[in-house]
Design a protein around this ligand. Sequence first.
Ligand code: SAM
Length: 329
Amino acid sequence: MSTENTDTTTEASTSTDTESTCGASTDATEETESKCGTSTSSSSSSSSSGCGGSKSETTDENVSATAADFEGDPGRLVAVGLGPGHAEGMTQRARAALLEAEHIVGYTTYIDLLPDEVTEQADELYDTPMCGEVSRTEEAVDRTLAGNDVAIVGSGDPNVYALGGLALEIVESKGTTPSAVDFEVVPGVPAAQSCAARLGAPLVNDTVTVSLSDHLTPMEDIESRLHAVAPKGFTIAIYNPWSRKRRENWETCCDILLEHRDPDTAVGVVHGAGREDEQVEIVDLGELKELGETDLVDMTTTVLVGNEETYVEDGRMVTPRGYESKYDY
Ligand SMILES: C[S@@+](CC[C@H](N)C(=O)[O-])C[C@H]1O[C@@H](n2cnc3c(N)ncnc32)[C@H](O)[C@@H]1O
């Protein structure tokens, strides 16, 4: 049993140029931002948009070792959703899966959020700062192929803008199968639902989620999706709303919403749900764009846009489910 020297104290400034313990070399690009305009970057691959602006820039993450390079039986690979971030927000199943894992792999911020009982139980923790998604996931798969039981962790749920799919793609690209590594997804509470809970009941009807991250989806596509859903009766959960390099995406999104919805549409903005720096506000859609320049809206924020029936009562957002059309109450 060995314990890797894992520095989880400097999320924004850790220089990561890592050598996989499984023999695959990893190269993480990370760039983190703050509203004061500072940006720290440590990587050997450059990028133009936070996590790498173009496909050609991002594909230099190395997915090299294959299943044939490993001897012996593989271990288990589990993708675990941590929920919003505080220990009480984690499901029992997630906690159990983490306690069972020999190695835990994740973005530094999420490794930092793990309860002590989990980190103390693990043989090894492997964390990288933001944007090393491919190399980090490859590391998790390689460690599994080397015979370890591995959990790869992320906030919320592994199926919501997260690494569940990437893990399966990498398993396949290495010439093995999900069954061979006994792959399992352990769900967590997604940010939209954690944030909704802080606001009242804004999402009780049909809801669409949209990510403003143009790292993997071109902004033209995001715009046409917004135009498609904004006029309808959906409530909308906006993930990845703002970063210094995505300021324009945020402004475009607010403009599109205002083209289709009244400026007094209720909007809930939750920063850091369940974390120490949590902030919750309910505003009118007409006021939303300017919040992009405040600490309330950044990459730890989810924005919930009400539908035309959503209202605010005593500081809570309420989206009627529709019972009032059938029952008297
Ligand atoms: C890459 S996505 C991951 C989503 C995650 N898998 C989930 O199920 O919530 C990251 C985005 O999730 C949202 N998010 C994650 N944690 C959050 C929190 N504690 N409070 C508010 N939003 C959060 C933010 O919009 C952030 O930009």
